[in-house]
Design a protein around this ligand. Sequence first.
Ligand SMILES: Cc1cc2nc3c(=O)[nH]c(=O)nc-3n(C[C@H](O)[C@H](O)[C@H](O)COP(=O)(O)O)c2cc1C
Length: 318
Amino acid sequence: MKTAGFDGPDLSVSIAGVRFRNPVIAASGTFGYGSEYEGLLDIAELGGICTKGLTLKPRRGNSGVRIHETPSGLMNSIGLENPGIPAFLERELPRLRSLGPVVIANLSGSDRDEYTGGAALLDTSSVDMIELNISCPNVKAGGMQFGLEPAAAAELTAAVRKAAARKPLIVKLSPNAPDLAGVARACVNAGADALSLVNTFQALAIDIGRRRLVFDNTTAGLSGPAIRPLALRMVWELWEALREPPAHKGTLVPIVGMGGIASPEDALEFLMAGAAAVEVGSATFAHPRLMNEITAGIADYMAGRGIAAVGELSIRKR
Ligand SMILES: Cc1cc2nc3c(=O)[nH]c(=O)nc-3n(C[C@H](O)[C@H](O)[C@H](O)COP(=O)(O)O)c2cc1C
């Protein structure tokens, strides 16, 4: 039944001035550079694609076990294996660009200079946005080290903001930060246009047969349904924290929520908690078409209730 004056839901969302056809984005590290999934789902129907973490120099990633399943979750220790930003721009970006969704480059580095060097290259490229990864728990230098303390996060955000002045900047936060709201505020004040969360939770596994640690790097990052209620709580609390002064020029910075989303209902929870869009990661491995189904499920939910715009799903009041 159609509600009077309602022409069906508009799924598009705008984040930092970039328009997404819908709020469902492939999460970094779980969708390669897009083309790996061609034929497995309707890629053009995604809102956006976030690349695997990119560094200025190529990286081989971590040795030993890289993926380990847990009840309702996944532990990974990939260590940011990637071909380096110059090779990404030359070999992967043209194809990724042609797929249709918004292209978000996930940027990482070992130190400030590697981050800013990478940012400068991305700034001159055709990527739509940068997601600054200050939250990777699986590398010895850089990554999460920048995301745990407000001062370090602000310094790096400001430097990357300057190096990539033309690109909208999302900063991806770590759930392992003791003061998540403090880090978030520091990033916003240093120039972040949007925030995304959560990256993986630092976790440990022991192989009792071999009486050894499962991962060469000791800990690994936990993702999947096991973390969803925790991630949802963090999105909820961050939304609240960002309303408090010193908010970003009096406006709410958009939040991209993720962590364990595996159904339309899960995605709706994040949108209701105040997220402007969602990223879907681990669940895609088991169910490549899932993101298309999540988008359809959100559309059905909105159509059934006469909800015209994604922003109206939020149960938070500005
Ligand atoms: C195998 C794997 C690789 C990942 N690589 C990256 C990465 O390179 N950069 C990044 O910011 N996040 C990375 N992540 C984190 C995801 O983007 C996401 O933040 C996290 O997995 C939570 O979402 P999920 O529970 O839907 O997977 C990775 C996750 C997995 C499972």
